[in-house]
Design a protein around this ligand. Structure first.
Ligand SMILES: Nc1ncnc2c1ncn2[C@@H]1O[C@H](COP(=O)(O)OP(=O)(O)O)[C@@H](O)[C@H]1O
Ligand SMILES: [Mg+2]
Length: 351
């Protein structure tokens, strides 16, 4: 017996398929989002008849199925036809025009991108897509640092649907007019799930992930309660995994409320969301807010500067608005003696 035999899980794993708890895992069915998927499909459908498609802006809070719904529609489309190129780009990773165009070339199967500039790449993409048509999804579009690629694609591609996804609807307002007037997207709003829907989704996922019966009903109720409180499905997925790991560590055959509470002890909402949803600057600002809760916006800006913050007051305000829409802070308007002022409060679900 070696060292690893001692530390390897002595009992059976409680997981049937741990990967099913990954945020990217795509289940076979996506309940409660039928309307949104249909709307999206309706905008893309003209491409199947050789006509031009329409563009869309999908918006709504984090962790409520925007990415999943878009990927579902793309999967359906790919299964149905080879006549439409299907590209999904995450602008968190591909955040400049050059990177986006490189990624599109790769997705389209064009390999000779070396030494080509953006201008040349866009020509390649157009020549490939314009033989057919294309649906291109830009997820987390607000994370991109430039948007020239949108302009180029809107100009150079004949038949296409361009779908952009964002947590912040305000992204569109700030978009360059010459791009906005060409994009003119249909807005598809994703509303938050209610408690029952949250439970349904987590039940479905736990069927994929766990051996039947290992979750005590009370423990599962607690997970649903936390996920519903955070209004973010990812909270539920995260807590389910951590609680099950705790149970396995304790060689328990069941996941109990105790394991869930132990898992909750190690986390805040930030653990779950921050890496994905916030840029470095936003995270920095958020850290300042965490230390100075309930300050006026101007005071907060001074504190931010003192800590080494660099962005202008205007940008700072914009970042706060984004954090507000992302549900990290709440902005409270107050009438004061010297006119109106805004108070910034951190918003963290109590775990
Ligand atoms: N209606 C649903 N049915 C099943 N799983 C869902 C549903 N909505 C969201 N999820 C799951 O919740 C997690 C968060 O969804 P995601 O699409 O990443 O959110 P968003 O893009 O809005 O931030 C993903 O793992 C996703 O599979
Ligand atoms: Mg997403």
């Amino acid at each position: 017996m070696g060292l690893f035999d001692d530390v390897l899980n002595a009992g059976e794993s409680l997981f049937k398929n741990e990967d099913a708890l990954e945020y990217e895992f795509l289940p076979k069915l996506l309940p409660y989002r039928e309307r949104e998927q249909k709307e999206l499909a309706r905008l893309i459908a003209p491409l199947l008849e050789g006509r031009n498609g329409r563009n869309a802006l999908i918006h709504g809070a984090p962790g409520i199925g925007k990415t999943a719904a878009a990927r579902f529609v793309l999967r359906d489309l790919e299964e149905r036809t080879d006549d439409v190129e299907v590209c999904y780009v995450n602008c968190w990773q591909a955040n400049t025009t050059y990177k986006v165009l490189l990624e599109l070339c790769e997705l389209l199967g064009f390999k000779f991108t070396q030494n080509k500039n953006s201008q040349e790449l866009i020509k390649v993409i157009a020549s490939m897509v314009n033989k057919k048509s294309a649906v291109i999804v830009f997820d987390e579009i607000d994370k991109a640092e430039e948007f020239d690629f949108l302009y180029s694609l809107l100009e150079e591609l004949f038949k296409k649907s361009i779908i952009v996804i964002t947590n912040y609807k305000s992204w569109l307002i700030e978009l360059d007019e010459r791009i906005k007037s060409r994009l003119t997207p249909e807005l598809i709003e994703f509303k938050q799930y209610n408690d029952k829907e949250t439970r349904g989704i987590l039940e479905q996922r736990s069927e994929y992930a766990f051996i039947t019966g290992v979750w005590e009903p009370k423990a599962f109720d607690l997970v649903v309660e936390k996920a519903a409180g955070a209004k973010d499905i990812r909270t539920g997925l995260y807590v389910m995994r951590q609680a099950t790991l705790k149970a396995e560590d304790a060689a328990s055959q069941k996941v109990t409320a105790e394991h869930v509470n132990a898992a909750l002890g190690n986390m805040d909402e930030f653990t779950i969301k921050s890496s994905e949803d916030l840029t470095e600057e936003e995270r920095f600002i958020y850290d300042v807010i965490k230390q100075h809760d309930g300050k006026k916006i101007g005071e907060l800006y001074n504190l931010y500067k003192k800590e080494g913050g660099k962005v202008s007051y205007k940008t700072f305000q914009r970042k706060l608005a984004a954090l507000d829409e992302g549900k990290f802070v709440t902005l409270e308007r107050k009438k004061g003696e010297g006119g109106n002022t805004t108070i910034v409060n951190k918003k963290i679900t109590d775990f």
